[in-house]
Design a protein around this ligand. Sequence first.
Ligand code: SAM
Length: 263
Amino acid sequence: MAEVQGHRARKRFGQNFLRDPNVIRRIVVTIDPKPGEHLVEIGPGLGALTEPLIEAAGQLTAIELDRDLAARLRQRFPAERLRLIEADALRFDFASLPAPLRVVGNLPYNVSTPLLFHLADYADRIADMTFMLQKEVVERMAAAPDSAAYGRLSVMLQQRFAVRKCFDVPPGAFVPTPKVTSSIVRLTPLPAGTHTLEDPERFSRLVAAAFNQRRKTLRNALKASIPDPALFVQAGIDPNARAETLAVEDFVRLANVLAHAPA
Ligand code: SAM
């Protein structure tokens, strides 16, 4: 187990600590924190990003799961500068924090997808989010239709956010060194009224089902939820198309037609 600044890096918490000062600087420039903004860092770890972010914003809220790291951070930063919440970000109620939130973090890779879905539920309280993630995950998040990376994650996030990949970060920027390349990604909520859903739960189920059998035509993949192909036509969608060819707006239209269809 790698030891970093006297801390034994825990694999199960996805601990790879940033050590490259140029990368840290570039991430902070990308976040561009301003005094008085409410920054929320997920997984501050040993504080590589926390320190420059506090310097720029004045104060910061951080959510850390590892008890040892939380104790170290409490010792290092005064409470009026760092509000440290020892918790699992996956279960944390982000509505308990004063909005608007600027959420940032070098995220633990093992929980990144469920964490993104969890945070998407708070989109109306979020000003933006800037994350370091595995490069492949960022490519899936930002993917356009008709590409191999386009799928459930792309549609679910792009329904609520503009997703922009910023830059790649090589494995050597971290200790311990991960096996994969990382990327910085920025998510900005879309203006109110974009991609409005009548029934978000139904949209979520529809997108999951469509990509669950992505090689099949929509008519076949969605047989259980859309037995009547006329509903596709009503939404302006070819029932013989496959999920990966549909734009986010197509999924939104189809879900909204379904929401109005008699059960
Ligand atoms: N931000 C630090 C850096 O860049 O050096 C550490 C990044 S490390 C990849 C991920 C951090 O998230 C670790 O500090 C880990 O303990 C923490 N973490 C892991 N799972 C978490 C969870 N579910 N909720 C909150 N923090 C978590």
